[in-house]
Every structure is written in structure tokens, then in C-alpha cells.
Write a protein that binds this ligand. Structure first.
Ligand code: HEM
Length: 283
């Protein structure tokens, strides 16, 4: 996996948006219907360019008042755009909608070791913990929308690492792929909220999709099919994911077309950093 830097052969101001909104083929939830809840007051922090600098502006608005600024793909739930861009960055052997050439063996041929998998879990814990601290702190007020979604993974990973320790394994320190990604997320969270949200979406949704599949395969090969807490959610996972999709759509409805495109353009980096973590498992 580890889809490295992708080259997308489209250009123009709304290139990624056009890419994202082309027919979605046979994806399982192509007809995804996103239920829009009654407008709720949302604290917004918009980033608007001013005298060549980006300035944070706080404003209160309801979802209904958050009119799209530019034309383009308005009306289409933004998460569908994010998903379409992400799916194209997979390889065919990872997902049907993938378009990238494989640069790593398919998951079925990975020969994982407990040591490598532990490095992946430790770095994953650092990344999830970083995301969870950032939304709890909510330096940008609307990050608070993403607190306590039920998708959080820090506590589950702590339990899993404790289980490995009790089995006699040494838990490694976090390593470069995790620490580099965590610092990058901290930086984005302060300076570039749209890019930060791209990572937030990709990390949690990737884990619930391909991540679960990987966990199952690894467990069959080296953990005697033990199911780790990392792959268990309290309640109905589909509903938890849908709740987060709704919030993402609601928050992004106040973004300009340019801000949305900027968020979509960050997807490649999200694959690059997450790919670095996954690489622990198969190298
Ligand atoms: C070996 C690596 C990976 C495999 C095998 C894999 C596989 C998959 C599969 C099977 C799906 C579900 C497709 C569907 O809905 O029909 C999926 C969805 C997705 N993946 Fe991956 N993936 C991998 C890596 C990644 C990475 C590195 C990212 C980004 C950080 C990512 C982001 C996503 C996203 C955002 C979705 C959409 C989830 C949703 O709509 O609920 N994946 N992946």
C-alpha cells in the first residue's frame, strides 16, 4: 500500500473538484444519502485572505445560513468529494475504485512481524492522540464539532499495547513516521484548518475501511485471530461514521470553493503520511 506521491492528470482551478465529482462507478454507497439535520447554531472560524495574509474571523451562523461562496460542486455533500479523491489514490488491489499503480505488495502478501506491527500501533496511537487532543482543545472553534464522535482510538490503542506488554513484548517508542506526522498535524491545526480536516477525515475513515481489513489479515497471520480493541467500536460504526460525515458536510458548507479545493488537495499528503505508518507492517 503506502500510496506515495500521486500524480493526478487534471489541471485548472477546480481540478480536484472535477475529479471528485466524476461518476463514482460501482462504489458501494454511490447513492449515499446524507441526512441534513435541522439547522443548529455553529461557531465558525473562517479563514479569509486579507491584505495578502490569511486572517481568522470568528462568526456565528446556522447551517442554513452557510451559503456556498462560489459555484462549482455546490449541493453535493463535500464528504463525497473528499471520498472520491481518496478512492482514486488507492491502487486497484486495495480498492475497486483505485487508480494508482501499486508500489508495494498487496496486503494479502504481507508477511508481518509482531515487532513491525507494534511499531505501527505505537505510531498510530500518537497520531490518533494528536488528532483527539487537537479537537478537544479546539483552537479553531468548529473543531469542537469533532469531539467525542465515538471514532476515537487512543484509549483502545492504549489497551492493546498493554495487552502486548502483558504477553511479554517490549513496546517500542514512537518513531519518525509517527512523530513527523504528529508535528505536521499540530502545525496544520493552527495554520491551515481546511488541510487539517482533510487529515482528520482520511485517518478515521481509512481506519474504518482498509484499516480494519488490514487488522484482520495481520491478526490471522500473527495473532491467532485475536481481535484488537483498535478494531472495535462501541455502538453502530456505520452510524458513527455517518454522524461525522454530516458534521463535515455542515462545517464545509461555509467554506469557499477555493477552501474546499485546498482541503481536497491535501489528500495526497494524507496518503503519504499514513502510508509511512503502514509501511512498518510490511517492511
Ligand atoms: C493497504 C492500504 C489500504 C487498503 C487496502 C485500503 C482499502 C480500502 C477499502 C477496501 C475501502 C472501501 C472501499 C469502498 O467503500 O468500496 C477504502 C476506503 C477508504 N480509504 Fe482506504 N485503503 C488503504 C489505505 C488508505 C489510506 C493510506 C488512506 C488515507 C489516509 C485511505 C483512505 C480511505 C478513505 C477515506 C476511504 C473511504 C471510506 C468511507 O467512505 O467510508 N485508505 N480503503
Amino acid at each position: 500500500m503506502a500510496p506515495a506521491a500521486a500524480s493526478l492528470s487534471v489541471s485548472g482551478p477546480h481540478a480536484l473538484a472535477r475529479l471528485a465529482t466524476s461518476p463514482l462507478g460501482s462504489r458501494k454507497n454511490a447513492g449515499l444519502s446524507v441526512s441534513v439535520r435541522a439547522p443548529q447554531p455553529v461557531a465558525l472560524l473562517a479563514v479569509v485572505p486579507r491584505r495578502g495574509r490569511r486572517r481568522m474571523v470568528a462568526a456565528a451562523a446556522t447551517a442554513a445560513e452557510m451559503a456556498p461562496v462560489a459555484s462549482g460542486e455546490e449541493g453535493k455533500p463535500f464528504v463525497e468529494e473528499m471520498r472520491a479523491v481518496a478512492m482514486r489514490l488507492h491502487t486497484k488491489d486495495q480498492a475497486k475504485e483505485g487508480e494508482k499503480e501499486p508500489e508495494a505488495p498487496p496486503v494479502a502478501r504481507w508477511e508481518p512481524s509482531v515487532e513491525g506491527y507494534l511499531r505501527f500501533l505505537v505510531d498510530s496511537k500518537l497520531v490518533f492522540e494528536t488528532l483527539e487532543v487537537i479537537v478537544d482543545r479546539a483552537a479553531v472553534p468548529w473543531y469542537a464539532e469533532f469531539r467525542n464522535t465515538g471514532l476515537e482510538r487512543t484509549e483502545q490503542l492504549k489497551k492493546d499495547l498493554e495487552w502486548f506488554r502483558q504477553q511479554g513484548h517490549t513496546i517500542p517508542d514512537s518513531s519518525a513516521p509517527g512523530t513527523t506526522y504528529a508535528s505536521y498535524l499540530e502545525e496544520l491545526a493552527e495554520k491551515d484548518p481546511q488541510a487539517f480536516i482533510c487529515h482528520f477525515y482520511n485517518v478515521y475513515f481509512a481506519h474504518s475501511a482498509g484499516g480494519r481489513m488490514i487488522g484482520k489479515k495481520v491478526s490471522e497471520k500473527i495473532l491467532n485471530k485475536k481481535e484488537l480493541e483498535f478494531y472495535k467500536w462501541e455502538g453502530n460504526l456505520s452510524q458513527l461514521l455517518q454522524n461525522v460525515r454530516n458534521k463535515l458536510n455542515q462545517v464545509a458548507s461555509s467554506w469557499s470553493r477555493g477552501e474546499k479545493d485546498h482541503c481536497l488537495e491535501e489528500t495526497e499528503k494524507s496518503f503519504k503520511y499514513s502510508g509511512g505508518l503502514l509501511r512498518h507492517i510490511f517492511t
